[in-house]
Design a protein around this ligand. Structure first.
Ligand code: UGY
Ligand code: MN
Length: 159
């Protein structure tokens, strides 16, 4: 079985039933998103190993934040992980409402997250789960840039 050495910024995707093990010889923090895979006939996800800094910046029409996606956007993948970067003072121009759920981990910075009618001060290390259709908005109000990691279910009927 191939062996990969992980550093800060590395990530991996393992499809269903993919045998794997993870070892660490020093203290390390990893984030794991695990879900039951929703298979589409003839669309088979492949395992992958990569790093965030190798992912291209994507267009974000109408928005100012920087966006990278960690997984291919092809139909084989039933979720994606977005890495979003905001400079101090930047914010989402759109107050979003959508069927997709999110799991968010704030990796760097601080700001305020609006969920529905509530406002939450957040800082690096905080996590948020956003249910489908929860109105969402973020402003990076700290003195340092914000980076957050966002799980988003995609490519499948929400029903
Ligand atoms: O892609 C998204 O849904 C993302 N912009 N949402 C968010 O940052 N709350
Ligand atoms: Mn969203």
């Amino acid at each position: 079985m191939p062996c990969f050495r992980f550093q800060v910024d590395s990530y991996a995707y393992f499809p269903p039933n993919f045998e794997h093990s993870i070892e660490s010889d020093a203290p390390a923090i990893i984030v794991i998103f695990e879900r039951r895979h929703a298979q589409l006939a003839n669309h088979v996800p492949e395992p992958l190993v990569n790093s965030t800094d190798k992912q291209p910046l994507l267009e974000t029409p109408g928005e100012v934040f920087e966006l990278r996606k960690l997984l291919p956007s092809s139909l084989a993948y039933d979720f994606n992980i977005h890495i979003m970067d905001f400079q101090p003072g930047e914010f989402l121009n759109v107050k979003e409402v959508h069927y997709n759920q999110h799991g968010l981990l704030l990796l760097e910075g601080e700001g305020i997250y609006r969920l529905g009618g509530s406002w939450y001060p957040v800082q690096a290390g905080d996590v948020i789960w956003m249910a489908p259709f929860v109105p969402q908005w973020y402003a990076a109000l700290g003195k340092t840039p914000t980076r957050y990691l966002l799980y988003k279910d995609v490519n499948r009927s929400p029903l």
